[in-house]
Design a protein around this ligand. Structure first.
Ligand SMILES: [Zn+2]
Length: 1034
């Protein structure tokens, strides 16, 4: 089959059609656009309002400080007309045909009939004109609102009910600060009236007492007249505060604090005037954090067994405020100058190169770093005090260094090489050079996330940065992936930053996309394409649930838990998948051109999703916005159904939703790639009528699965595809075969195909040799097996086991246990051996035992190939002696990747006493680092012996767990998912529901809990539907 590549489709239009015909038969963006045409100034005002690049276009300060009546107009109408997805001030205003007064319109407030009210110096009565306008709109909204706000002799204010409201100003309700005085701000987001320009940070950590003192000098610019400066601070004990206006004398000021929102504020009797430059200086002391965020302390044992300590930072998303008072939102970019005091035995690192070191009278040394040459968001600031060594290389005017503890220095070379090559690749592909003079990559012995992209000072877990010469290519693949991801962030995330966390995908979706795309060019031998395909399947699994979210969510999201929950598979992997889909439908080169335009336009500032689409639209001359908004503003993805009659092919789409829900979906703008038996590849719109000749025996949509949708071919269509797979496997690429397997299982979960149909497709696997389809089949069958394994039906479980071993048996027997160079083959054999040994196939377990013996009991110990370590260790861990010897090895091993494999093996034991021990050790944190607890819980959950115990363990230790991992964070999402996703009974559903609803304030309503409950219900349904068929077919 000859495939037409994208370049042939040089003239592409995006076709949309809409299946729902209610009021919203036009997509929302079209409704808005039609209003824009009538009120073009509204658009311009919103855009032009940026007084400096990247600053929020609309000013929440002014919204909140409007007199109550006009505030109600904006919010009340907005809520009536909009759903949650778009209920921000901007869209509220657009739908109302209103324009907000902003920095440009403030100078000519008469430019629109409806303007935002200026911040009240004192709450005066609305003017007659404003009243008329207000009353007019209020009548439209609700006579109730009028009654409440204008007619009765009582207005709701902080002070309670006033009889005479005709002359009483209406004040917003302020919360109480820690001292009992009113806190002068009543929103969790910061006002936009003050902008930080530069921070001067001096920090003195004491690694013995685990405390630090700090002095933060913030130079700021007043944007609008205001009587307050509001910023973030969390767990900092502020001992002194001074404030200086312009060249006036600095005066001591009082700082008020409102802890629930981690805000502090300074109030002034007179207005600070727009344009004034002010300096706020804060001195404070605090404890180094004992969790994994903020400025935290950590310890590790060196090669001699001696305990070493270090202090490092992890600020994303909202923990910079734990290290220094700051405007801790991504849009408040500024420059930073950092000074850190240390004892002579340590080194310090920060974002910029070191400028000088001064010896203090106390004998301590003070390192001063150059002021950042770029404006950056607070979450990208970083500093480390530790005892590390490094290797370095110059790459295109940037000094690239990799740091580690001294004894692991020889494990840093691979990362240095990978980082150097990738930096050159990105410099070229983005056509914008990395802007700093140095780039440090640091392996931190105790680090929760995989890695963090702090500008110029990227921090990693040891596993994701350090590999030795002996490490397997799979371990190297992990390092290359993570380095590629973090380096991509230096552009997407650091240079151009999302305005708020609701658009986190602009950072994480891009970094994930570029991670695979860069490796395809720089390290093709690592087969990044297979991994990217798996990632897309994974994103679809999450995105087919009601509990999922759109890639770009409402900017109204403010709680820290909601922000943390944005770090999930939808933001990362669906985001990356949508970029891949877009790139594959645009003419060659256009995607890159559009991105270069976007990077240049927004470099050094902030963006929202529409800015990206607009840049692409500008370059591609196609309405990328129209197409992509249907993908980023609504959750889920389409199911495309193919039906064929008399040579005429019809394509239809509907939302692919595993649970029924009563919301309206706008159809996605979709261009499907289509290959047919006649060996050609077309791009077709769903509106197109496709005719095929009689000689065409089959039709396969979604070439290489680059589109984010699932295809159903109907009974006959599937039968034709299955027949072709069995007779001529090479008719499809390996990724197309994997895609067919994935789609078939997804349709089975949806109830559109029967399980015998699934088994019929899998029949072709006896001829399959490629990694991608085999791994997909294995992963799907494993999840079915794990579900069955947790049900009281051992007979069915053993038949399922027999089926799987039978299907893959010949292939497993053909694989050997020696050294293997191909990464793809390594991935395949490790997955197959892990499955076979996990199911107790004797050939497999015997061979694994031999390898373990050769490593431990031989006079000449043999090295186990890296890709087989985990399976060999897991088999060994099932015996008493093996488990104990592994536990001992865990204490000695220096390779972090080997340590993790040993840990997984230890947790795979089916001995319940050991399961209890290891989970407690993970929670306690001395023998096993607490950062590994989610891994332990996940491994135990998969096994039969511990799956119920581990759920009880999580329930009993919930408070301790959320002390270490904040609510909503990725570890918490992962713990909830792994402990509940294999339940499939009503009893477990009620138990999980009961536990989380009983948590109250210790369990913020989390999306991952909704996901868990939905998954259990779906498991129940699947079992009800398929158990009879399984009993019959297996
Ligand atoms: Zn990232």
């Amino acid at each position: 089959m000859v495939l037409i590549n994208n370049a042939v489709c040089a003239y592409i239009h995006f076709f949309c059609f809409f299946v729902h015909t209610e009021r919203a038969s036009l997509p929302r963006n079209m409704i808005e656009n039609s209003m824009f045409e009538e009120e073009p100034d509204v658009v311009d005002l919103a855009k032009d309002s940026t007084a400096f690049p990247g600053f929020p276009a609309l000013d929440p300060d002014e919204v909140v400080y409007e007199p109550r009546s006009s505030r109600l107009l904006v919010r009340g109408l907005g809520e009536n007309d909009l759903d949650d997805e778009e209920e921000d001030y901007e869209s509220s205003a657009r739908l109302l045909g209103m324009s907000f007064m902003n920095r440009s319109s403030a100078r000519s407030p008469s430019s629109s009939p409806y303007t935002r009210q200026a911040p009240p110096r004192s709450c005066s009565c609305p003017s007659t004109r404003k009243l008329v306008v207000g009353v007019f709109i209020l009548v439209l909204v609700s006579s109730m609102a009028m009654a409440l706000y204008f007619l009765p002799g009582c207005t709701f204010t902080k002070a309670g009910c006033h009889k005479d409201n005709s002359s009483t100003p209406i004040e917003p309700v302020y919360p109480n600060s820690t001292t009992g005085e009113p806190f002068p701000w009543n929103e969790p987001r910061l006002p936009a009236s003050v902008r930080p320009v530069n921070y001067n940070l001096s920090l003195t950590p004491n690694l013995t007492s685990k405390t630090f003192t700090g002095r933060t000098v913030i130079n700021m610019m007043i944007q609008h007249d205001t009587k307050r400066v509001v910023l973030h601070s969390s767990d900092l004990n502020i001992t002194k505060a001074t404030f200086q206006v312009g060249k006036d004398k600095s005066v001591e000021v009082k700082v008020l604090e409102y802890k629930p929102w981690q805000l502090i504020a300074v109030s002034f009797p007179e207005d600070l005037k727009a344009g004034q430059v002010c300096v706020l200086t804060l001195e404070y002391k605090a404890n180094l954090s004992n969790t994994y965020d903020g400025f935290y302390n950590s310890s590790y044992n060196d090669v001699t067994g001696a305990k070493r300590v270090l202090a490092a930072t992890q600020f994303e998303p909202q923990a910079a405020r734990k290290a220094f008072p700051c405007f801790d939102e991504p849009a408040f970019k500024a420059t930073f100058l950092v000074r850190i005091t240390r004892e002579p035995e340590y080194i310090t690192l920060s974002n910029m190169p070191k400028a000088k070191t001064t010896t203090l009278p106390s004998g301590l040394l003070e390192d001063e770093f150059e002021q950042t040459s770029v404006n950056m968001s607070t979450y990208l600031v970083a500093f480390i005090v530790a005892n590390f060594t490094s290797v370095s290389r110059n790459v295109s005017n940037t000094l690239v260094s990799v740091y580690s503890v001294a004894e692991k220095k020889e494990h840093t070379h691979y990362a240095l090489d990978a980082a150097s090559k990738l930096l050159q690749f990105y410099n070229t592909i983005f056509d914008v050079d990395y802007p700093l003079r140095k780039l440090d990559l640091v392996a931190i012995p105790d680090f929760l996330a995989g890695a963090m992209e702090n500008w110029g000072l990227i921090t990693f877990r040891e596993t994701t940065l350090l590999v030795g010469n002996q490490s397997s290519p799979l371990d190297k693949q992990l390092v290359a992936n993570v380095v590629a991801h973090e380096l991509a962030h230096q552009w997407f995330g650091n240079l151009v930053t999302m305005r708020w966390w609701n658009d986190l995908w602009l950072s994480e979706g891009f970094a994930t996309y570029w991670q695979y795309t860069s490796l395809t060019t720089v390290f093709p031998q690592l087969y990044p394409g297979d991994e990217f395909l798996e990632v897309r399947f994974k994103a679809m699994a999450k995105d087919s649930l009601n509990s999922t979210h759109s890639v770009s969510v409402s900017s109204q999201m403010t709680s820290p838990e909601d922000v943390l929950e944005m770090f999930d598979s939808v933001t990362y992997e669906k985001g990356a998948s949508l970029l891949l889909m877009l790139n594959s439908t645009l003419p060659d080169g256009q995607f890159r051109k559009g991105l270069i335009e976007y990077l240049n336009k927004y470099r050094g500032s902030n963006s929202v999703t529409d800015d990206l689409w607009n840049s692409l639209t500008q370059v591609c001359q196609e309405s990328v916005s129209d197409m992509m908004r249907t993908w980023t503003l609504q959750k889920g993805f389409p199911l495309v159904t193919v039906s064929c009659k008399d040579g005429q092919v019809n394509l239809t789409q509907e939302p692919f939703l595993l649970s029924r829900e009563n919301t309206t979906h706008t159809s996605s703008c979709l261009l499907v790639s289509c290959s047919a038996g006649s060996s050609a590849l077309y791009f077709v719109s769903l509106l197109a009528t496709l005719k095929v000749s009689d000689s065409v025996k089959w039709l396969k949509l979604n070439y290489m699965n680059t589109g984010f949708y699932i295809v159903h071919y109907g009974v006959e269509g599937w039968a034709a595809l299955i027949n072709t797979l069995k007779t001529d496997i090479s008719s499809f690429t390996a990724h197309d075969r994997a895609s067919l397997i994935h789609n078939m299982f997804a349709l089975s979960r949806l109830g559109r195909v029967s399980f015998p149909q699934v088994l019929s497709l899998l029949g072709y696997l006896t001829k399959e040799t490629e990694t991608a389809p085999l791994k997909e089949a294995l992963s799907q069958l494993s999840s079915v097996y794990r579900l069955l394994d947790k049900r009281p039906d051992p007979y069915l479980v053993s038949r399922m086991k027999g089926y799987i071993l039978n299907l893959f048996g010949p292939l497993i027997n053909s694989l050997d246990w020696g050294e293997e160079q191909s990464v793809s083959r390594q991935e395949l054999r490790s997955a197959l051996f892990e499955m076979a040994c996990g199911l107790g196939q004797e050939n497999c377990t015997d061979q694994a035992k031999v390898l373990y013996d050769q490593r431990t009991n031989s006079t000449q110990p043999k090295i186990i190939p890296g890709d087989l370590e985990r399976v060999v260790f897991s088999v060994a861990a099932q015996s008493d002696s093996g488990w104990l010897s592994l536990l001992e090895a865990y204490g000695h091993t220096t390779y972090d990747s080997e340590k993790r494999k040993i840990l997984q093996a230890l947790a795979s034991t089916q001995d319940t006493r050991r399961i209890v021990w290891i989970l407690n050790a993970g929670l306690q944190g001395s023998i096993i680092q607490t950062q590994e607890l989610p891994l332990l819980i996940g491994t135990v959950s998969d096994g039969f012996a511990g799956h119920l115990f581990v759920w009880n363990f999580v329930k009993e230790n919930w408070d301790s767990i959320i002390e270490k991992f904040p609510l909503g964070s990725y570890p918490i999402q992962s713990i909830i998912k792994s402990t509940t996703s294999q339940f499939s009974t009503q009893m477990h559903l009620e138990e999980v529901q009961g536990f989380f609803s009983g948590l109250k304030e210790r369990g913020h309503p989390m999306r991952s809990v909704q996901e868990a409950l939905e998954t259990i219900r779906l498991n129940q349904d699947w079992m009800d539907r398929n158990l009879p068929a399984l009993r019959q077919s297996l």
